[in-house]
Write a protein that binds this ligand. Sequence first.
Ligand code: SAM
Length: 247
Amino acid sequence: THFGYQSIPESEKEEKVKEVFERVADTYDLMNDAMSLGVHRLWKDHFVKSAAPKPTFKCLDVAGGTGDIAFKLHKYMRNVNRDCEKIVVCDINTEMLRVGEERAAQMGVGENFTWVEGNAEVLQFPDNTFDLYTIAYGIRNCTHIDKVLEEAYRVLKPGGRFMCLEFSEVNNPLISQVYDKYSHDVIPVMGQLIAGDFESYQYLVESIRKFPNQETFAEMVAAAGFEVVEYENLTFGVTAIHSGYKL
Ligand code: SAM
């Protein structure tokens, strides 16, 4: 790429990703709406509905960033029963967590979340702790996907479910062409105009291209020990939901 992100050694990826999200934290929510024309909200709603957490569930949202998934999980659980479990949000980046914590406070729901700085590849939670593990648009930023999956498996209780929302491979040739052009030519420019940051958004687009496709990722989830592994394509596979159970 113009900026050499493709060639950054594995050992530096974590630091680079940290820098990117530190820079974009304050404009992250606005950019999501702009880049996806608001559609990311529908994908996230569908994701949480598919997860259907019970109010008694202990939920962990990894790479939770500014809290989008955690807020939706909480809303879903609270609608079933006002008395629901606190949700743990874990992210490697304190800036993203800070924005999330502020949003929660503004919405008056702060007491329902615990914000934890941590790396998806080495979680600080004990074995068999959670009923639901979610990770949305986070796993492709991690250096070792297999370690993330291993850790997800470890912290889930037997019977617990792993759910991942991530950009994936578009399965329609026409849409694929439009999407490629849009992500390559439009998104970094939008990043420049809205967030004053071309480079970070260029990185985000590159990371989407490099992520394994639906079938390959499903195989990786199964290789980590998960069972009943399945995936669902959303919007022609622009995004996919993968899930599996620890049995
Ligand atoms: N889940 C949120 C959402 O859907 O809006 C945020 C997604 S954001 C694109 C990706 C997040 O992954 C960032 O907040 C980033 O800090 C976090 N991240 C990247 N690498 C990570 C790692 N190794 N462990 C935990 N979080 C990580």
